[in-house]
Every structure is written in structure tokens, then in C-alpha cells.
Design a protein around this ligand. Structure first.
Ligand code: S3P
Length: 189
């Protein structure tokens, strides 16, 4: 008698987050979107897009320089184009700048299967993190960045609040925030 071994069938393993195709992190400057986004993409084995990096590549200059030389409207135009290109790809974690989600209809117009996550921070934490090192934030320039952040947050909060998942990002570690997002994805795919 010949015993035939059945070759292992290469069945596609259902992805635990198959209902979700994109995660879009919204929130103010310094709320940790890029750090968490990078970690999350690594965990999901998805692509990570930092939208400010994409803008800088397209404009061939820093965000700060683009603001100074071409103005905020031009920055928003390039940012909008880069965001649309990023969202065309499935299995993507997008960390846009804090102003990207404010364009009318932007959050409402996301492709199906996009999970929006608001990283909520106080103006004090935002300014401490956003102005501490690295990138210059032109919108926080001036003599009282905390007051400026307070004012901008007041204007923006209503839009950020439309995100599906809200996370208190002030004290939590990036790893804890990633765990919370993954848990939400698993529970609601
Ligand atoms: C902006 C946030 C910045 C950057 C630009 C404008 C904003 O990105 O896109 O300075 O309008 O809130 P981060 O949120 O990554 O700091």
C-alpha cells in the first residue's frame, strides 16, 4: 500500500484585522502620531507613511521652509495630494500632520475600512513634545506657544473628536497605545 503524504496546502491565513485596511492617526502636533504609527505599522506588518516626510520629499524642502517660502496654503495643497496618494494603498498606517484632518470632508471621505484614532494631549504636553527637539512647528512659533496651542486645539477639537477611537496619549507609552489600537481592531474588524 502506498501512503501518500498530502502536501501542506498553502491556505491564506485570514488576517486578524482583515476588516481594516488603513489606520489614520489624528491629533495635535506632539501627540505622538509618528512614533505610534511607526510601531503600529511594524506590528501589523503594514506600510507606514509619515505625511510630513512625504510632503518634504515632494517639495524637496522642510515643512518649515515650505511654510516660510510658499505659505501655508501651498503646504496644505501638497499635504492633500500626498495624503490622497498614501490612502490609495491598503494596509497602510498614516500619520498626518495635525492640520491635515481639518480640510472639509477629509475624515468623512476616507476609504472604507479606515480606522481613525485621535491621540488626545493637553496643550502643555503638545508644546513640550513638539518644540523639544527635531522638527520646527511653524504654527507654534511666537512668544507663547502654549497659548497658541490652546487656541488651535479649541478650534480643532471638534474635528479630532470625530475619530472613531479616542486615546489619552499624554501619559501612555507608545507601546500601550499600539496595544489599544490593535485590541480595537481585533474587536471590531
Ligand atoms: C501642523 C502639524 C505639523 C506639520 C505642520 C502643520 C498642523 O505636523 O504638518 O507644521 O497644522 O498642526 P505634526 O502634527 O506631525 O507636528
Amino acid at each position: 500500500m502506498m501512503v501518500m503524504t498530502v502536501p501542506a496546502v498553502d491556505r491564506p491565513v485570514p488576517h486578524p484585522h482583515s476588516g481594516w485596511q488603513r489606520v489614520v492617526l489624528v491629533g495635535f502636533m506632539g501627540s505622538g502620531k509618528s512614533t505610534v504609527g511607526r510601531l503600529l505599522a511594524h506590528r501589523l506588518e503594514w506600510t507606514f507613511v509619515d505625511l510630513d516626510d512625504e510632503v518634504e520629499a515632494r517639495a524637496d524642502c522642510s515643512v518649515d521652509e515650505l511654510f516660510r517660502v510658499a505659505g501655508e496654503a501651498e503646504f496644505r495643497r501638497v499635504e492633500g495630494e500626498a495624503g490622497a496618494a498614501a490612502l490609495a494603498r491598503p494596509r497602510t498606517v498614516l500619520a498626518p500632520g495635525g492640520g491635515w484632518s481639518l480640510a472639509p470632508g477629509r475624515l468623512e471621505g476616507l476609504p472604507a475600512g479606515s480606522l481613525t484614532v485621535w491621540h488626545e494631549v493637553t496643550p502643555e504636553v503638545a508644546v513640550r513634545r513638539a518644540t523639544g527637539h527635531g522638527r520646527v512647528r511653524p504654527l507654534l512659533a511666537g512668544s507663547d506657544p502654549v497659548e497658541r496651542a490652546r487656541e488651535l486645539l479649541r478650534q480643532r477639537e471638534e474635528v479630532y473628536r470625530r475619530a472613531r477611537l479616542h486615546l489619552e496619549a499624554g501619559a501612555a507609552t507608545p507601546a500601550a497605545l499600539v496595544n489599544a489600537i490593535v485590541a480595537h481592531m481585533k474587536g471590531s474588524a
